[in-house]
Design a protein around this ligand. Structure first.
Ligand code: HEM
Length: 147
């Protein structure tokens, strides 16, 4: 269950971040690929991630960054029903993509860093806690169809 503060905070964060912006889309997802290089194994064919241009203009990274953000936006719109909302997505990551579920929170942590940087001093300890709780629910929902 969510408190009013948590609900308002999550909606507020997602309304503030400009996730259509290439820099944002790339920076979360690209950070994950670079800081946790084993995550690259699921994205063969993404090209060179290690040049200055990749941070803003690798189109494949940006496209997938956007897909992930759209998934999260769905969770924000269905905050009381995230598990059910992500049933299919969980099955896809498990059975078809065979993504190791430990990777979900790694991406979540990258997202938290970028969100914190965007919010600046509005990213208070209480906001951080609400955001982490949201990520934890998202990740446990994505893990749900694994066995
Ligand atoms: C595809 C969401 C984490 C690997 C997708 C799709 C969504 C999504 C919405 C598109 C599904 C479709 O086409 O119907 C998310 C969310 C994540 C997450 C919300 C966590 C916050 C990860 C992680 C990895 C991963 C950590 C691997 C390290 C993939 C791959 C695809 C995919 C390989 C298919 C890409 C393609 O070829 O189109 N994800 N994902 N995902 N995801 Fe995730």
């Amino acid at each position: 269950a969510w408190t009013d503060f948590e609900r308002a905070t999550i909606k507020d964060i997602f309304s503030k971040i400009d996730y259509e912006c290439n820099l944002f889309k790339c920076s979360c997802f690209l950070r994950c690929l670079i800081v946790y290089p084993w995550t690259q194994r699921y994205f063969a064919g993404f090209g060179n991630l290690y040049n200055a241009a990749a941070i803003t203009s690798n189109p494949k990274v940006a496209a997938h960054g956007k897909v992930v953000m759209q998934g999260l936006e769905k969770a924000v719109k269905n905050m009381d029903n995230i598990k059910a909302t992500f049933t299919e997505l969980s099955t896809l990551h498990s059975e078809k993509l065979q993504v190791d579920p430990d990777n979900f929170m790694l991406l979540g942590d990258c997202l938290a860093i970028v969100v914190a940087a965007q919010l600046g001093k509005d990213f208070t300890p209480e906001v951080h806690a609400a955001f982490q709780k949201f990520l934890a629910v998202v990740v446990s929902s994505l893990r749900r169809q694994y066995y």
